[in-house]
Design a binder for this molecule. Structure first.
Ligand code: MD3
Ligand code: FE
Length: 203
């Protein structure tokens, strides 16, 4: 159950399905320690996606820019650690997609409701673009926009479902990408919500 999106981008369909319950529980406990925030973009807009993080580095945004930080912007406490099971799953998925030696130090937790979307963007806040990114989708299905190297390149659309893992690296690492508004049916365990866990090497 693998779908190739590009030379170095691969969807591992249902790869996280056996771990879904455990992943939901881990998310709930991480969010107790590090509550979700609707971050401001440097342009002064409020993101429609709610975010938090695990690991030594967490992704944050405010009027000063996008960056990684070692503490939660509201509580100023260090981020909770990445659950070992998430780390193992991400490392295994990365090597199944051809990336050995992945050592994530950050896991972004994105929460989508039907009001949320993520506009086309590149992930450029990490220091080493040779490290892949592993993303785990949970809850409602979403249309993922898979673009090119320029924002103006027309993206293709890929449905991501509960339990899918996507691995991106190499030449596909800096492609523009985004997520459309959720439109499908609510999920049996998670309601009208989608979670995405994105494991990265930030530093
Ligand atoms: C493709 N998140 O957090 S999957 C993000 O579903 C982000 O929450 C989306 O884009 C989500 O930045 C998309 C993760 C993803 C991350 C990095 C990528 C997809 C990528 C880098 C290159 C291409
Ligand atoms: Fe992204």
């Amino acid at each position: 159950l693998q779908l190739r999106l590009g030379p170095q981008a691969m969807v591992l369909r249902q790869r996280a399905l056996p771990y879904a319950q455990q992943l939901f529980e881990g998310i709930q406990s991480a969010l107790l320690q590090a509550p979700l925030c609707q971050l401001q973009t440097p342009g002064g807009h409020r993101m429609s996606v709610r975010t938090s993080s695990c690991g030594p580095q967490g992704w944050v945004s405010d009027e000063r820019g996008y960056r990684y930080a070692t503490a939660h912007p509201d509580t100023n406490k260090p981020w909770p650690s990445i659950p070992v099971a998430w780390q193992t799953l991400a490392i295994d998925a990365a090597s199944e997609a051809g990336f050995n030696g992945f050592m994530p130090d950050s896991c972004l937790i994105n929460q989508y409701t039907p009001e949320s979307k993520m506009s086309l963007h590149q992930d450029r806040n990490e220091s080493d673009f040779t490290q892949p990114i592993v993303s785990i989708s949970l809850g409602m299905s979403a249309v993922f926009l898979w673009g090119g190297m320029q924002r103006s390149d027309r993206p293709s659309q890929v449905l991501l479902h509960h339990g899918d893992i996507v691995v991106w690296g190499g030449t596909d690492r800096l492609r523009f990408h985004g997520i459309k508004h959720l439109t499908g049916a609510p999920h049996s365990e998670c309601g009208a919500m989608r979670y995405n866990l994105t494991l990265r090497r930030a530093r």
